[in-house]
Design a protein around this ligand. Structure first.
Ligand code: DGT
Ligand code: CA
Ligand code: CA
Ligand code: ZN
Length: 562
C-alpha cells in the first residue's frame, strides 16, 4: 500500500522551493529539505505514527505536516503558492536555469513561464543580459523542450506507486487484477497506467469513487479512464475471465510486438485479439499468456523484452536469454549513509541489507571534492574502523568499504592513489560540469575508466528524468574504454535516474562491458528500488553473467582486485 510519506515530502520540498524563491532564510530552506528527505526515507507511514518521531522533524515542521495530513495542504504553503505565479514556478524547473535566475527573469523582464522564456530567447530579447550567452540560451531551449516532452510522462517509480495503490484499492472487488502496458514492460517512463481486471461491472463505480480520482475522462462498460490529482491517466479495463491471458498479452504491448505476433497468427490462418487466439470460431488459446505463445510456436516472452527487438525470432528458436532477476543479485555496490547525504546510519543500512539476504554490501559515501558533503580523511577512516567492528556481527555478509568519487572536468578523481588503494570498491561519477563538449566529456570518462582504482562508473549519463538531460559523450568510445580496462558501468536503480538507460546498456554489452545494478540508496526504503534497475537490465537482455553483483563474493573480489 502506498505511504503518505512521499506526498508529505513533496509538499515540504515545494514549500522549501517557494520559500527560497521568495527570499527565505537559507538555513530554514535546508531544514525543510532535510525534513522532506527524512520523511520520504522513513520506514513507517507518517500518517500512522507521530511525525515527531522522524529524526530532523522539529515542532514547527511537525505542525505543518499534521495540517497537511488532515487537509492536503498547510496555511504557509497556500500563502506562498498565492504569491508566486504557477508559470514562474515551472520556470525554476527549467534545467540549467535555477530558482535565482528564474526569479530575476520574472522581476526584471516579466518572463513568467518556460514558454515565455523560449519566446524571449527566439526573439533575441536576452541578448546582452548578463549571464545569458549563446551557449546558455541553447541549453535553456533544449531544457524547455525536454520539459515539454517529459511533462506528459512519469518515471517508473511514480507509476509503480500509483499502480500498486490502484490495485490495492480495487482488489477486494476483483477476481483478478494486474497492471499491463509500458509499466509491465518496465519502461523507464510511462505515459499512462493500464489496469486489467476480471470483476463485476460495479468495480467501475468503485474505481470512480476512489480518493485519488480527480476527473473521470471517459467511462463505459468495458473501460474507464480517470485522471489523478497528480495529472496521471489510469485506464481500467474489464476482461472476461476466460480471456485473461489474451487481454494481458494484448494490453501489455508493445504495439510493435503485438503487430509482429499477429502476423505470425495470420500466417497460420488464425486471428489474435484481446479476446484470444482463434481458428475461425474455435478458441485455440485465451486463458493464459503461456498458452498463447506456445500455440504460436514459441516460448513465453518476458514483458521486458516485448519491443520487437529480436525477441520473437529468438523465442521461435527457443533461444531467449536467461534474464537476470532480482533474486540473482547478491549484493549492492553503491549506497550512502548519514556520514554524507544519506539519512540512515551505517548500522541501520547494514542491518537492512542483511535482512535482504545480501552476501556483500558496499558503503560508498561521497568523497571530499563534492564539498557540500564535508567529507574528510578522518571521517572516512573512522567509518572504516566502524565497519571493521560491525563486520563481526554479520559473519555471512561481507561489508565492503567503498567511496563514490567525483569525476572532475579533466577525468581525475578525489583522494591520492594511496588513499584510493585502501578502499574495497570505488564508484566514480560525474556530479558537475554537465555541459562539456562531447570531446571533453568522452575524454573525461575514458580517463576515469583508465584509473586503476575506479571499478564502476556511477549513473553514467547523469540524467534526471524530466529535470536534467543526459550528458553528451561518444558512448561507443567510452564503452570500448570500459571493456578494455575492466571497468563496470552502473545501472543506477533510482527510478528518476534509471541510469544507464536500457538502450545504452545494450550498446555497452555489445562492446563487452560488465554492469553493476545498484540501489544508490540514501535511506532504507531505497534498497527496494533495485527492482527498477533489474527492469532496465532485462530490457537490455542482460543475463546474470553480465552483472558483477550477481557473482559470488570471491569472483567479485577478483574483479575488484584486478
Ligand atoms: P505508454 O502508456 O505510452 O507508456 O505506452 P503503452 O505501451 O502502455 O501504450 P498504451 O497505454 O497506449 O497501450 C497499452 C498497450 O495496449 C500497448 O502497448 C499495446 C496495446 N494497444 C493499445 N491500443 C492499441 C492499438 O490500437 N493497436 C495495437 N496493436 N495495440 C494497442
Ligand atoms: Ca500505458
Ligand atoms: Ca493506456
Ligand atoms: Zn552520485
Amino acid at each position: 500500500m502506498a505511504r503518505a510519506n512521499d506526498d508529505v515530502a513533496a509538499a515540504l520540498e515545494e514549500y522549501a522551493e517557494l520559500f527560497a524563491m521568495t527570499g527565505g532564510d537559507a538555513f530554514r530552506v535546508r531544514s525543510y529539505q532535510k525534513a522532506a528527505k527524512a520523511i520520504s526515507g522513513f520506514p513507517d507511514d507518517v500518517a500512522a505514527v507521530p511525525v515527531r518521531s522522524v529524526p530532523g522533524v522539529g515542532e514547527a515542521i511537525a505542525k505543518k505536516v499534521e495540517e497537511y495530513l488532515q487537509r492536503g495542504s498547510f496555511r504557509q504553503l497556500d500563502d506562498l503558492r498565492g504569491r508566486v505565479p504557477e508559470g514562474v514556478r515551472r520556470l525554476t524547473r527549467v534545467p540549467s536555469l535555477g530558482p535565482k535566475k528564474a526569479v530575476l527573469l520574472f522581476q526584471e523582464l516579466g518572463i513568467d513561464s518556460p514558454e515565455a522564456l523560449a519566446e524571449a530567447i527566439r526573439a533575441g530579447r536576452l541578448k546582452g543580459v548578463r549571464g545569458f550567452g549563446a551557449k546558455t540560451e541553447e541549453n535553456l531551449l533544449r531544457g524547455i523542450e525536454q520539459m515539454e516532452r517529459a511533462d506528459t510522462r512519469v518515471h517508473t517509480g511514480v507509476a509503480m506507486d500509483l499502480a500498486e495503490r490502484v490495485i490495492a484499492s480495487l482488489e477486494g472487488g476483483a477476481e483478478r487484477i494486474a497492471y499491463a502496458g509500458s509499466l509491465r514492460r518496465m519502461k523507464d517512463t510511462v505515459g499512462d497506467i493500464d489496469i486489467l481486471a476480471v470483476a463485476p461491472q460495479s468495480l467501475m463505480d468503485d474505481f470512480k469513487a476512489q480518493p485519488y480520482v480527480a476527473e473521470v475522462i471517459a467511462s463505459g462498460g468495458k473501460k474507464t479512464s480517470i485522471r489523478t490529482h497528480q495529472g496521471l491517466q489510469v485506464d481500467l479495463r474489464l476482461v472476461p475471465a476466460e480471456s485473461w491471458g489474451a487481454g494481458l498479452q494484448y494490453f501489455t504491448g508493445s504495439q510493435a510486438h503485438n503487430v509482429h505476433l499477429r502476423e505470425i497468427a495470420v500466417k497460420k490462418g488464425w486471428k489474435l485479439s484481446e479476446y484470444g487466439l482463434f481458428d475461425g470460431e474455435r478458441v485455440v488459446a485465451a486463458a493464459s499468456e503461456e498458452e498463447i505463445y506456445r500455440a504460436l510456436g514459441m516460448e513465453w516472452i518476458p514483458p521486458a523484452l516485448r519491443e520487437d527487438g529480436g525477441e520473437i525470432p529468438a523465442a521461435l528458436k527457443g533461444g531467449l536469454p536467461e534474464l537476470v532477476t532480482l533474486e540473482d543479485l547478491r549484493g549492492d555496490l553503491h549506497t550512502h549513509t548519514d556520514l554524507t547525504d544519506g539519512i540512515a546510519s551505517l548500522e541501520e543500512m547494514v542491518a537492512a541489507a542483511h535482512a535482504l539476504g545480501h552476501s556483500y554490501y558496499a558503503v560508498t559515501d561521497h568523497a571530499p571534492d563534492l564539498a557540500m558533503h564535508r567529507m574528510t580523511l578522518e571521517k572516512m577512516l573512522a567509518q572504516r574502523e566502524q565497519i571493521r567492528r560491525l563486520q563481526g556481527k554479520y559473519p555471512d555478509m561481507r561489508i565492503l568499504h567503498g567511496a563514490e568519487l567525483n569525476i572532475g572536468p579533466d577525468g581525475s578523481v578525489d583522494w591520492p592513489a594511496e588513499v584510493l588503494a585502501g578502499f574495497d570498491v570505488c564508484v566514480a561519477s560525474v556530479h558537475s560540469h554537465f555541459t562539456q563538449s562531447r570531446e571533453e566529456m568522452t575524454r573525461r570518462f575514458v580517463t576515469a575508466c583508465e584509473n586503476p582504482h575506479v571499478h564502476v562508473i556511477g549513473h553514467p549519463t547523469t540524467r534526471l528524468i524530466g529535470r536534467r538531460s543526459p550528458v553528451d559523450a561518444d558512448w561507443d568510445e567510452v564503452f570500448r574504454a570500459a571493456a578494455r580496462t575492466g571497468t563496470a558501468m552502473e545501472i543506477d536503480s533510482f527510478p528518476d535516474r534509471s541510469d544507464l538507460p536500457a538502450d545504452l546498456v545494450r550498446l555497452a554489452r555489445h562492446h563487452g562491458v560488465k554492469f553493476s545494478i545498484d540501489s544508490d540508496a540514501h535511506a532504507v526504503p531505497h534498497l527496494g528500488n533495485r527492482r527498477f534497475g533489474v527492469g532496465i537490465a532485462q530490457r537490455a537482455w542482460l543475463t546474470p553473467e553480465d552483472v558483477i553483483n550477481t557473482w559470488p563474493l570471491e569472483r567479485l573480489l577478483g574483479f575488484l582486485g584486478g
